[in-house]
Design a protein around this ligand. Structure first.
Ligand code: SF4
Length: 218
């Protein structure tokens, strides 16, 4: 990892809540909750770097490290499948040509926002730069229900990844931690106690006076 590189996994934090991303990636804060702990367990097998399998025309690699010099981002892919294809690229120590196809594993169900798609697309953009090839699509594998969802890496999705990475770099350079903006996702956020969204909510005059009286102020 180069100095000033962003962590690729931060894309999903940034898409979910910019403040969460800043607390984790700039302030180095982290707190486990049942969702994050479950997520780590779910990822354990996919990140076992000793697992590389050849199944006929399909080579499966796990825990492949990727980086983009242009985007200044680095990370680890859960799974990258390499399909034997005349349109593919040569791989060291393997005969023939192989087309990369990233697969990212997610514990839960498909989400309302596109954080997972953005993370996967960023992996594909890193693979393209590293292998000098084109990676037009990949898949997200969801644990609930157990199924794959194909993702096409469109121009729009790629542009959104670039915009997001650019905003993340700007936050890093300015050392800026975004303010609390409570939203419904806060309830599942593992940083809730550290972020303290309730303390930053405007308090009504009624609640303020009640709290003041309870403390013996009147
Ligand atoms: S508690 Fe809410 S505002 Fe705070 S970091 Fe988590 S999601 Fe963001």
């Amino acid at each position: 990892m180069e100095e000033n590189d962003l962590l690729l996994s931060g894309i999903q934090h940034f898409a979910f809540c910019r403040r969460q991303w800043a607390l984790i990636h700039m302030e180095q804060l982290w707190a486990e909750n049942v969702w994050t702990a479950d997520g780590h367990f779910f990822h354990q097998r996919t990140h076992d770097e000793t697992l590389t399998e050849l199944r006929g025309n399909l080579l499966i690699t796990r825990g492949l490290r990727v980086r983009s010099n242009r985007l200044k981002v680095t990370g680890v892919c859960d799974v990258v499948e390499f399909h034997a294809s005349p349109d593919g690229v040569p791989l060291a120590g393997r005969q023939g040509l192989w087309q990369p196809y990233p697969v990212e594993y997610k514990r839960g169900a498909p989400k309302e926002h596109d954080a997972d798609e953005l993370q996967l697309c960023c992996q594909a953009m890193c693979l393209e730069e590293m292998l000098a090839c084109s990676v037009p699509e990949g898949s997200l594998y969801y644990g609930e229900p157990r199924r794959r969802v194909k993702v096409i890496f469109s121009h729009e999705l790629r542009a959104k990844v670039e915009d997001m990475l650019s905003a993340m770099h700007q936050h890093l350079q300015r050392g800026h931690i975004p303010n609390v903006r409570p939203h419904k996702g806060c309830r599942a956020c593992s940083l809730q106690e550290l972020c303290l969204p309730k303390l930053n909510k405007p308090i009504s005059v009624y609640d303020y006076l009640n709290a003041y009286m309870e403390e013996g102020g009147l």
